[in-house]
Structures are given as C-alpha cells and as structure tokens.
Design a protein around this ligand. Structure first.
Ligand code: PD2
Ligand code: ZN
Length: 283
C-alpha cells in the first residue's frame, strides 16, 4: 500500500477508538505496519485523525483552532507585478510584516487622492450595528470602492494576491489619517459573533477573516500598531504592511488578535487598510 492509499473504514474506526483511549500515536503506527500497511499511509491516517480530533475537541470547548495560514509561505510572496519580502512571521495567530508592498510614489498618491475627502472615523455599535463616533478612534478616513480607477484596481489586485484571497472578497481600501494625539484603541477587526450589531455586517459577505494595514508614511514618533495580548508592537514604515488573520474554516474568531494604533506622538500617520471577508463583499 502506498502513502496516499485510503485506509479502510474498519481501520479508521480502530484508530478512532484507540485515539479515544489515549494510545500513543507511534504505537498505533507500529501496529498498522505489522498488519501490512505502508508506513506513509499509516502515519498519514494516524496523525491526520489525531489532528482532526484535537481540532474537534478544541472547537467543542471554544478554543480557537489554528489552521494552515491563508498567507502564502516563503521569504518572498509574488504579489502580481511586485515581489514582497516577508520580514517577520508569527505563527499563532498568523501575523506577518512585509516590506516594500507599495513604493513611495504609490503611498503619496493614495494620500493625495484622500486628503480632500476625509471624514471622522467611527466604530460599529455592538447592539445596533450603527456607525458611532468614539473617543477610542480619533482618526479621519475615507475609502475607495473596489477597482475605483486603474490605480486603485492595480493595488486591489496586488493586495489580493498577497493576501491569497479573491479580489471580490475584499472591502474597498480604507485610508486613515491620524494627527498628533490621534489613536485607535485596541479592538477586533472581526464582528463579534455574539453581538446583535454584528448580524447586518456579517450578512454582507460573511465574517472578516484577515486584515492588512499598509503604512503610507514614516511617522516621526508614536503611532505603532500594537497587539497587547502578544506583547507585539510594529513601528510604521512607509510602503510596508502588517498582515494578520483571525477567522478559521469553523467560523471561529481569534481573540488573540486584539490590536490597536497607539497615539501619534509627533507628526502625522497615514495608513491604508484592507479587510477581507469569507465570501464576496456586498457593500
Ligand atoms: O492605525 C493602525 O495602526 C491600526 C491599528 C488597528 C489600524 C487598524 N487597527 C484598522 O484599520 O483596523
Ligand atoms: Zn483594526
């Protein structure tokens, strides 16, 4: 039997029974080898089923199950016409810092296109789902619909390739401007599933699954993106971006991805944010 051969159902039941009893995985593999199974097939079946049962147990008690990252592997991600270098990766949750996603002219162009149409940023009211101004988010912002023009369409394509997601699952690119003193208090980018106010938002293409924050300028002081539960702080760098993901195939959301934008201490801060949904985003 080769490694990809299907293990018969009676043997899968036998593995499941012994996993439940807490048997050592290598001993199960050894028993299967003695029964004539190929080593690859035995290991795939035993370890694969063990992974599934750990995931099922974690899901049953509400623990977030980490799956294979959506973000492509490798030192360099080919994002359309641009090769983007991954400088740092964290595995659980999946977070990555990538450099050189936009060039300086592209950053400047996004700022130029946005500066005249900024409005005060809001957050989602947890009960009503409405957009509310709050002291915890003092930036101002605007957005560009998907493929708004040829320039935005090029960036949407590049970002979708980096995030390994269909372009149409992305919300329109958000541009945010923070003046000195402005901040974004720690929050989740997903819509808390238990909140009544989340329902209407989740209906627009499912839960958010991943975010990309692109820095459009070098901030003089302050303005780092922070993940307080992880002790992680990322300094803004023009053209670079931080990526993170927080919703798995079981529809669970990951509370470890709490994050915020620290107050800008000197100068100003511009970012572009892309949020990706489970399915096509319906504005
Ligand atoms: O400006 C930031 O660093 C920041 C931090 C947290 C932006 C967002 N969240 C966001 O746009 O969701
Ligand atoms: Zn956020």
């Amino acid at each position: 039997m080769n490694a990809h051969m299907q293990v018969p159902e009676e043997w899968r039941n036998w593995i499941a029974h012994n996993l439940e009893r807490g048997c050592d995985l290598e001993m199960l593999v050894a028993d299967m080898l003695r029964a004539g199974f190929d080593a690859g097939a035995a290991r795939n079946a035993v370890f694969g089923m063990a992974d599934q049962s750990v995931a099922a147990a974690a899901a049953a008690n509400g623990t977030y199950v980490y799956e294979t990252p959506r973000l492509p592997a490798g030192n360099v991600i080919h994002a359309q016409e641009r090769d983007v270098r991954v400088v740092l990766r964290i595995d659980r949750p999946t977070i990555a810092f990538v450099d050189n996603l936009l060039d300086a002219d592209e950053c400047d162009e996004l700022v130029r296109m946005s500066a005249h149409k900024l409005v005060r940023s809001t957050i989602v009211d947890r009960e009503r789902g409405s957009a509310e101004v709050t002291t915890g988010r003092t930036s101002e912002g605007t957005y560009f619909e998907l493929n708004a023009d040829a320039f935005i369409a090029r960036l949407d394509r590049r970002i979708a390739a980096l995030m390994n997601a269909p372009i149409e699952n992305g919300e329109g690119l958000q541009i945010l401007h923070y003046r000195t003193g402005d901040e974004y208090a720690p929050h989740y980018d997903y819509f808390p599933p238990e909140d009544a106010g989340s329902r209407a938002h989740i209906a627009q293409g499912g839960q958010r699954v991943a975010s990309l924050i692109i820095y459009l300028n070098d901030v003089e002081d302050g303005g780092a993106t922070v993940f307080p539960k992880l002790g992680l702080r990322i300094g803004p760098k023009k053209g670079a971006a931080v990526y993170f993901e927080y919703c798995n195939s079981l529809d669970q959301v990951d509370p470890q991805t709490l994050h915020g934008g620290l107050p800008v201490l000197k100068g100003e801060k511009w970012i572009a944010t892309k949020w990706v949904r489970q399915r096509r985003y319906v504005a």
